[in-house]
Design a binder for this molecule. Structure first.
Ligand code: ADP
Ligand code: ASP
Ligand code: MG
Length: 406
């Protein structure tokens, strides 16, 4: 008998009919296996909770996380009740009942520990544990949430803790595609992807998997499968790169509209200034992504452009405005209407001309590049947000991704 983790996202549990469909998939797997079924909230419910928080302008971490995680309480209760009707020995559990212990960073808590012994005890009485994703409990005893999309991370963390034989992430698409299939209809399902590629795809905007879930799977060498909860077909396997024999130069294109640009102009061009600016931001836990620096025309001052996530732009701007005297700059401009486009592929490590093709394709579409950043297996550019779709579609085309993955 194997131990399998099955995770279902918001669209897969959006209503009773869909939860009944999940119950059938679970019932089928439970014939020969012990299961941990991780659920998200019904699609839209967590957004609604966030709206309530915004409406009352709540800054209360304990209350906010209680609200944000409440949708998962509903879905696990419904699924477990349906499973019991099918005579399956099931138990619905919240994060704290395992417990899934996290740190104190409400809204972006990290899992510190999962008690495997408690899980074993539950399995002596039950065959299926239906677990609320996205939530944990901190050492002070309060409910925390893992960041939006975090139930993937719950699934991977629990699968690692129990050394599960499989970890299957069921969603509303058939797997990981060469680009978001909602933007590029010709995008192709990728049958196998290296952890590193998936990590770059997720962190550059492909929300099909929560970035931290991929990090954790890679660390624990846990093979993941992303597959459809509607269509019964093999999905995408995410695994150790060494197991992939042949790799395409570029595997996928992703985009993120969750970027904001800050330009500080007229900064004294002397050593230590960048350290000062980015030190101030780091001290406030504000993550900086892309950075471009250039000398201004007078040769005495410099300009720095960088990006932060949309929800941190307000704090970053305020901090820099308050530090005008310490840094000494002439002007500060911010722009939320930018988008980051990335091309990703393991094969890039051994190929030249990948970046050139990206820049040429964008130029052919009259799209201006505002910033560039690269890693061994990724090239990202910042562009005006209004060109997002055309950029993703034309790059998908330029790298022949429709054909490559056929
Ligand atoms: P769930 O509710 O199951 O967690 P998500 O909405 O978080 O699902 O993730 C699935 C969505 O991710 C898809 O509907 C798709 O629009 C989006 N997506 C973005 N990039 C990709 C990609 N490269 N491959 C597949 N899906 C992608
Ligand atoms: N329900 C949570 C969210 O919408 C967690 C998840 O879907 O993974 O962010
Ligand atoms: Mg998700």
């Amino acid at each position: 008998m194997s131990l399998i983790v099955m995770k279902f996202g918001g669209t897969s549990v959006a209503d009773i009919k869909k939860i009944n469909n999940v119950a059938n998939l679970v019932a089928n797997e439970s014939i020969n296996n012990k299961l941990i079924v991780v659920l998200s909230a019904m699609a839209g419910v967590t957004n609604q909770m966030q709206k309530y928080i915004d409406e009352i302008e709540s800054k209360e971490n304990i209350e906010n996380d209680l609200l944000l995680t409440s949708g998962e309480n509903i879905t696990i209760a419904i699924l477990s009740a349906i499973l019991k009707k099918k005579k399956i020995k099931s138990i619905p559990l919240l994060g704290w009942q395992i417990p899934i212990i996290t740190d104190d960073y409400h809204q972006k808590a990290k899992i510190l520990n999962i008690d495997n012994n408690r899980i074993k005890q539950f399995f002596s009485n039950y065959d299926v544990i239906v677990l609320a994703g996205f939530q944990g409990i901190n050492t002070k005893g309060y409910i925390t949430s893992l960041g939006r999309g975090g139930s993937d991370t719950t699934a991977v963390a629990i699968a690692s803790a129990v050394s599960a034989d499989r970890c299957d992430i069921y969603t509303d698409v058939e797997g990981v595609y060469s680009a978001d299939p909602n933007i590029v209809p010709q995008a192709k399902k990728i049958s196998k992807l290296a952890f590193e590629e998936m990590l770059e795809m997720s962190s550059s905007g492909a929300k099909v998997l929560h970035t931290r879930s991929v990090e954790l799977a890679m660390k624990n060498n846990l093979v993941l499968q992303v597959l459809s909860s509607i269509v019964n077909k093999p999905g995408t396997l995410i695994l150790d790169e060494k197991k992939l024999i042949e790799k395409e130069i570029v595997s996928g294109v992703s985009y993120s509209k969750n970027e904001s640009k800050i330009t500080i102009s007229g900064i004294p061009d002397k050593p230590g200034i960048s350290a000062k600016i980015f030190g101030l931001l780091a001290a406030k836990n504000i993550n900086v992504d892309m950075i471009v620096q250039n000398i201004s025309q007078d040769g005495i001052t410099a300009n720095i452009t960088f990006t932060v996530q949309n929800d941190e732009i307000f704090a970053a701007k305020k901090l820099l405005q308050n530090s005008l005297n310490t840094i000494g700059y002439q002007s500060l401009k911010t722009d939320k209407n930018v988008s980051k486009i990335s091309v990703i592929g393991m094969g890039m490590m051994s190929q030249s001309g990948v970046a050139q093709k990206m820049f040429k394709t964008l130029a052919n579409n009259s799209i201006n590049i505002l910033a560039i950043s690269t890693s061994e297996i990724k090239i990202s550019v910042l562009i005006d947000e209004k060109y997002t779709n055309i950029a993703v579609q034309s790059l998908h085309n330029a790298y022949n991704l429709e054909k490559n993955n056929e």
